[in-house]
Ligand binder design. Structure first.
Ligand code: BGC
Length: 532
């Protein structure tokens, strides 16, 4: 059984958006051989697990999250033999590989949907969600698609609407049909048999919806022009229904059949609901993502309150899972500023639990401006000018300062951020104070220091306004983390007289130096990891 095995505990997961890591075939789009080429870089960074966003056959209406064949690799990314090579090479280097699992919807090009939409009597009809038009021909109810517009699309051939929680080319699957459920669970087995070490489960909270198709209430707190059409409705009948737990349990049960596996699921939930997920699934190697470091206002007091509560509720039984960025979120440096991005990295790497690093965060990549003509993301196309488009955080990895940043030798699918001439791996490798050097050190600490990967989290009172302090403790060993969320200098008050420097945010202080904490000012944007 997988219970009791330790790999996720000291792991650092690197999230690869495969279109954007490295192009080996000169078509301007990243691919599997490109990932393979960069395994040594990841190893050197200290990564020991990767999660790859979908690489399955797909028409790419939502860049791979519209799967046309769950059991094959899209030719854009390579062939199955490239995948087999990649997993072998990764495993040889001690790197685990997690796939993205998309249970809520397929592509409209999936053979299942082609069959289902061919006639009302097709045996696969019920694998998707269909409803008759209202008497006036309009959509069955007021449900909205996340990306914008109605969640229903009329299939003119059979004169019924099908449901799509996301893009119209992503019809929702019907997990209430037992044949579909079996087919989808078998997909997990297919990849587990190939040796994958786990999955990141996509959009699981959308899987079940009200079978009576009742309308959802209006959201009284949203504003026209400020919030998306989707946010104008409260998703009481299409999101996070009780049955979500049952589908997660079924997925987990399959994954548990295999040794040494791990599963993480998207969970845009409040703290209480996240805790409930852990408890009701009850398997240590299942973790719902915690997006609080992204979603909460960047204030030390707010983060402290959340982290204290979350950590206490999980106790020793469950492992926290903090995310700082991903392919759906603006980059950290853009959200909170490049100086605070260092503080955020120190926070993520010193908290208890499993950190996920989105590619490029380790060199401090920021969002790129995408002009109207360059937009690719259907979210931006359907809900324009609200800052929801995800192209800015998906631009190619910046490897060096050559023409296409070392990503490709052809024009990339999204424009390279012009800051690539200085923000790139090659130049940061030469700079012992760069973001990359900071990440390398933090990852090394997290992996090798037992206090950081196994120690308890000890909450401390605020040493000053907008400054976060906490301790990690294992036996007699104690680490103090001190982070200024502010750009102003703060006079610090702590119950310790002195501490030894392990690392500071700019990597300028000499490790081992004793810091006098009795009369201490923490500068703006400054952070310390200290040995007590
Ligand atoms: C993924 C998105 C995707 C959506 C639909 C998500 O939550 O992270 O990138 O567009 O699911 O699959």
């Amino acid at each position: 059984m997988a219970d009791g095995l330790k790999w996720p505990l000291s792991s650092i997961v690197y999230h690869i958006y495969p279109r954007s890591l490295k192009d080996s075939s000169s078509d301007g789009i990243g691919d599997l051989r490109g990932i393979e080429e960069k395994l040594d870089y990841l190893l050197e960074l200290g990564i020991n697990a990767i999660w790859i966003s979908p690489i399955y056959t797909s028409p790419m209406a939502d860049f791979g999250y519209d799967v046309a064949d769950y059991r094959d690799i899209d030719q854009m990314f390579g062939k199955m033999k490239d995948f087999d090579n990649l997993i072998k090479k990764a495993h040889d280097k001690g790197i685990k590989l997690m796939m993205d699992y998309v249970p809520n919807h397929t592509s409209s090009q999936h053979i299942w949907f082609k069959e289902a939409s061919s006639s009302k009597n097709n045996p696969k009809r019920d694998w998707y969600i269909w409803a008759d038009p209202k008497a006036d021909g309009s959509a069955p109810n007021n449900w909205k698609s996340v990306f914008g517009g109605s969640a229903w699309h009329l299939d003119s051939k059979t004169n019924q609407y099908y449901l799509h929680s996301f893009y119209k080319d992503q019809p929702d699957l019907n997990w209430r049909n037992s044949d579909l459920e079996k087919a989808m669970l078998d997909v997990l087995r297919f990849w587990l048999d190939k040796g994958v070490d786990g999955f990141r489960v996509d959009a699981v909270d959308w899987v079940y919806k009200d079978p009576l198709f009742r309308d959802e209430p209006r959201n009284p707190n949203t504003l026209e022009g400020k919030h998306s059409e989707y946010d104008h409705i409260l998703h009481t009948r299409t999101f996070g229904l009780k049955e979500t737990i049952s589908v997660m349990k079924k997925i987990v049960k399959v994954v548990k059949e295999y040794e040494n596996t791990f599963i993480v699921a998207e969970a845009h939930l409040d703290l209480q609901a996240i805790i409930e997920r852990y408890v009701s699934i009850g398997w240590r190697w299942y973790q719902p993502f915690n997006f609080s470091l992204i979603n909460l206002p960047w204030k030390a007091e707010i983060h402290k309150q959340y982290i204290d509560e979350y950590d206490k509720a999980l106790g020793d039984l469950y492992i926290p899972c903090y995310v700082l960025g991903n392919h759906d979120q603006h980059r950290v440096g853009t959200r909170i500023g490049v100086k605070q991005a260092r503080i955020a990295a120190m926070l993520q790497m010193t908290l208890r639990g499993l950190p996920f690093i989105y590619y490029g965060e380790e060199i401090g990549m920021t969002d790129n401006h995408i002009s109207a003509e360059q937009v690719q993301d259907p979210y931006e196309i359907l809900s324009p000018k609200l800052g929801l488009g995800r192209d800015p955080e998906r631009t190619p990895m910046q490897w060096d300062d050559s023409k296409y940043a070392g990503f490709s030798d052809s024009k990339p699918w999204l424009p390279i951020n012009p800051n690539y001439t200085s923000v790139n791996v090659k130049s940061e490798e030469k700079d012992d104070k760069s973001m990359l050097s900071l990440y390398k050190l933090l990852i090394k600490l997290k992996k090798t220091n037992p206090v950081l990967h196994e120690g308890k989290y000890i909450a401390l009172p605020h040493p000053a306004d907008n400054v976060l302090a906490f301790m990690r403790e294992k036996g007699e060993s104690k680490i103090l983390v001190l982070l200024n969320f502010d750009d102003k200098t703060k006079k610090i008050s702590l119950p310790f007289k002195s501490a030894k420097i392990i690392c500071d945010d700019t990597l300028t202080d000499k490790p081992g130096t004793i810091l006098d904490l009795t009369d201490f000012n923490l500068e703006g944007n400054e952070g310390y990891i200290l040995q007590i």
